[in-house]
Design a protein around this ligand. Structure first.
Ligand code: PNS
Length: 157
């Protein structure tokens, strides 16, 4: 079975890595689908976001890191993915994710979304907080994989 794990990954966090590691044990192949068109809101350019994902997941064999634009379900169909995977951190994620999974199911006429609960120790980590903390000079070392931390330090982001 092949799963598609879509996201902005701007940047990838320890929470994403936790979800990906667990998902790779459940499926033969996991496509990490990185949304390319974040427009003006992009913190890290697509090329770097993808490089950082690859570096952070070194050693995991059954993944591919790919970029996409447009609808997630279109990309899932193109890649013959059996389902979409998303992580749920807390109840606050639920409504947004519920709606997205339902519209995706409706549009694709049958692609399901499987939710994995983020480990409690990562449940407060979201990319937007990492961006905010890093850009205001806070320490995000414990929140992101080492390659991302090095990148943020080098770029002084
Ligand atoms: O990591 P994120 O930002 O929470 O990921 C959100 C993402 C990329 C999964 C979502 O915005 C998405 O699927 N965007 C592509 C457009 C799309 O298919 N939207 C949902 C139905 S309109």
């Amino acid at each position: 079975m092949k799963a598609l794990y879509p996201g902005s990954f701007d940047p990838i966090t320890n929470g994403h890595v936790d979800v990906i590691k667990r998902v790779t044990k459940l499926f033969d192949q996991v496509i990490i689908a990185v949304l390319s068109n974040l427009d003006k809101n992009e913190f890290i350019p697509l090329k770097d976001r993808m490089k950082l994902i690859k570096e952070s997941l070194k050693g995991i064999k059954n993944i591919s890191v790919e970029s996409f634009s447009g609808l997630t379900v279109k990309y899932a169909k193109l890649k013959h993915a059996d389902l979409i995977v998303r992580g749920l951190r807390a109840a606050s994620d639920f409504e947004y994710e519920l709606e997205m999974s339902q519209i995706n199911y409706f549009m694709s006429k049958g692609i399901d979304t499987l939710f994995i609960m983020t480990s409690p120790k990562y449940s407060f980590i979201r990319s937007s907080r990492v961006k905010e903390v890093a850009s205001l000079g806070g320490d995000v070392k414990e929140l992101v994989p080492a390659p991302v931390y090095r990148y943020l330090c080098q770029k002084r982001l």
